[in-house]
Design a binder for this molecule. Sequence first.
Ligand code: ADP
Length: 256
Amino acid sequence: MYLGIDIGSAASKMVLVNEKLEVKYRYIKNLGVGVSGDILNDFYKESGLLKPDIKYSVATGYGRLMFDGADAEITEISCHAKGVSHLVKGAKTLLDIGGQDAKVTELGPEGSVENFAMNDKCAAGTGRFLELMSHVLGCKVHELSDLAQQSDKAVHISNTCTVFAESEVISRLAAGESKTNIARGLHASIANKIIGLVKRADGGPLYVMTGGVAQNKDVVSEISKALGQKILVPDHPQMVGAYGAAIFARNRSMNC
Ligand code: ADP
């Protein structure tokens, strides 16, 4: 079997596939680069698999260069593109929002990368932004979507810088704005950032979203509204990079 390992900034993900690229195991640990510890051993313990069960492995993600337990390493842009091309036939533009960056990729044939745009300079428009804002709103990051979907309007958050946005949210709360409307406003602010990236690497429809933040339905819907296009989210969107890495592992092992 073949293993894809995605060491991200916020979470470490692994996907195991067989020769037919069927997923046989998924593993996630909500610890990212530098603090993920011996995740390979944790994976073996949890899955009951042994080292000889893995014919080839590929590491990807922000922490891939610090990880020495894989046979090869490949960038997360290539791995997400490869994973999506297998999961969603006809995908042309990929929006990937992870813990500390957001990327838009124009896809070519068979998951090749034609062009990409990335925001990794600041937390605005990333999962980290949502994590910090969920603390201010007193909820968990995965609760933000439901909160925003109960809103009756979006409270406009004018600061994109996370530090200033945090102060702005606190003053909006003090002024009596509801948490639901603020949550919707925060998602709209992420959508705004992502639209800027789409303009730089737009492959057109079909648009697909991956990464941990794709689990937030309200963010997906705000981006979709701003784009004026439907956005498809595959099952297990946070695991797509690891799945792509597993596909590369299988292909390299079988020389195809
Ligand atoms: P990375 O590869 O950088 O570690 P991921 O693609 O794994 O990033 O995504 C991690 C981010 O996803 C975290 O910042 C977290 O806030 C966000 N996230 C995880 N689960 C959810 C969820 N259910 N709803 C919204 N965001 C989520």
